[in-house]
Each structure stands twice: as structure tokens, then as C-alpha cells.
Design a protein around this ligand. Sequence first.
Ligand SMILES: Cc1cc2nc3c(=O)[nH]c(=O)nc-3n(C[C@H](O)[C@H](O)[C@H](O)COP(=O)(O)O)c2cc1C
Length: 289
Amino acid sequence: MPNRIQAGAIIALASAIIALVLAGWLITPFDDNPAPLSDMQKSLGVGPRVSQLARQLAGVAGLQNPLTSSTSTAQPSFSHRNNFNTTSSFKEAVQHRRSIYQLTKKSPIADDRIKEILTTAIEDVPSSFNSQSARLVVLLKEEHTKFWDIVTEILKALVPEDKWKHTGDRLDGFKNAYGTVLFYEDPDPIHDLQKKFPEYADKFPQWSEHTSAMHQYMLWTAFESEGLGCNLQHYNPLPDERAAAEWKIPLEWSLKAQLVFGEPQEGAREGLAEKSRKPVEDRLKIYGM
Ligand SMILES: Cc1cc2nc3c(=O)[nH]c(=O)nc-3n(C[C@H](O)[C@H](O)[C@H](O)COP(=O)(O)O)c2cc1C
């Protein structure tokens, strides 16, 4: 019975995400149609925006760095297993989600439970016109390590030696986790909808990004509520072709994001710095109450 309740609440969570995304909360920066690869990019096994991306990753990777600090801001204590049972628990789940970078190669829940949550995501997270364009590739344990080895190998060839330590340490952090969810969008259902509803043709790629973001947020929040720590990465398009070859992923699928997850290192969650928050009144307007 608790499983049914949890599953129902996860579905409620997925539905609630619509409101957040429609509010323009989640934006992914990459387009759907990467330019053809140059010979050099092909030989490196990387995509067209790699040089720019490599510079960004090497130079400003700190921009999205963990909000960890030595100032301990304790989070409210949280029951990982039963938090989807009530409305207030849903609120707790949303409030509890953070970016956690200090992870381990362990999971507090069984792989079957991870699969159950992933299945709920793929079955019940909504998409525009019910396109169901999201595709998830989930890498656990050695497969996860293999993915981050690929990213490391590609970046090592691109990042200047003097910038490597920062980048390498960051990648080691991701590698030292339990798994990664790769979020793809399949362009076929999008193209079909564009043909069927030409009046919305220019909107479907954007809505495809939205449904991907909904899957990302639903899984991030659901995983964290089960005691996993997560962080969201965007190393695409660097590993796209190598990943496609390694895990037999159609090359047409467009990689949008990578959710790294694992049991947090001891004290990692408690050591997170309080987030800076812009004034709510500047960002939320309610009329009619
Ligand atoms: C659309 C989106 C893209 C993000 N991209 C990255 C990223 O590429 N790398 C990263 O480390 N964090 C990334 N983040 C995490 C944000 O930096 C983080 O969520 C934000 O600073 C708030 O911190 P919190 O997650 O602890 O609440 C992203 C988050 C969102 C919603």
C-alpha cells in the first residue's frame, strides 16, 4: 500500500511541475540542431560546440559550483521514505531538493526502486500534445563510471593543462557517484507534431525542452526524497557520439542534461550553504486573493 501512495504522490509531483515550467522556471541553453561535425571534431569524438564549451567548462565551471561552505546551515530533518504521503510532504520534498556534489558510489535504495521511480517518470511526466518525446538512458555503477571516463578523456584533450586541476577534480566528483540519468529528446515525435500542427511548428522544439526539464526536475526531487543526492550537469554535446556508440543510443536523440546521483557523503547535505534568495515579492504576483 505505501508504494501505491508514493507512486500516486510522485504523479502529483510531476503534474505540479507544469506550473513551475510554465512560469519559465527551467530553461535549457542548447539548441536541437547541432551543426555538422568538422573532421577534427570527428577525430576527437566531440560535437561542434566543443571548443566553446570546453572554454566555458574550464574557465567558468565555478559559476555553477556547489553552494557548499564551511558555514554549516543544517537542513530540517527529513524522512526519506515517506515524504510523498501528504501535501505538506510534497512541499518538504520540493524544499529538500538541492544540488549535492559530494556523493558516493553507494545508493540508499535498491536498483529496483530506482527503476520504479524512473518508470513513473517516463510513464507519467507530461509532454506537449502527449508527444512522449523524452528518452532516459540510465547508467549505474561501472556504466556510470564509464560515462564520466569518456567525458574526462574528451575534456583532457581540450582543456589547457593549467586549468585541468579544477576540471579534473570536478569530473572526479561526478565519477565518484552511483549513477547518471541521461535525458534525451527524440526529434521524431516533434517533427510529426510540427507536420500535423504547422501553426505551432516553431513552438514544439521549445515544448520538447520543457518536457525534458519536467523529467529532470521530477527525478531530481524524487531521488532526493529517497535519500539520494543529485546534481544536474550539461556536458552535452561532448560525449554524445561516444555515448551513442557505447550504449547503442540513436544518434538523432538530442542529449539535454545529465543528472548525477548517489548517497551523499557524510555531512554533505548538512554542510550546504543557505541559498541566496531574491525577494519573493519581486518574483511572485497573486491577484484575486
Ligand atoms: C536548468 C538548470 C541548469 C543547471 N545547470 C547546471 C550545470 O550545468 N552544472 C551544475 O553544476 N549545476 C547546474 N544547475 C544547478 C543550479 O546551479 C542550482 O540548482 C542552483 O544554483 C540552486 O541550487 P540548489 O540546486 O542547491 O537549490 C542547473 C539547474 C537548472 C535548473
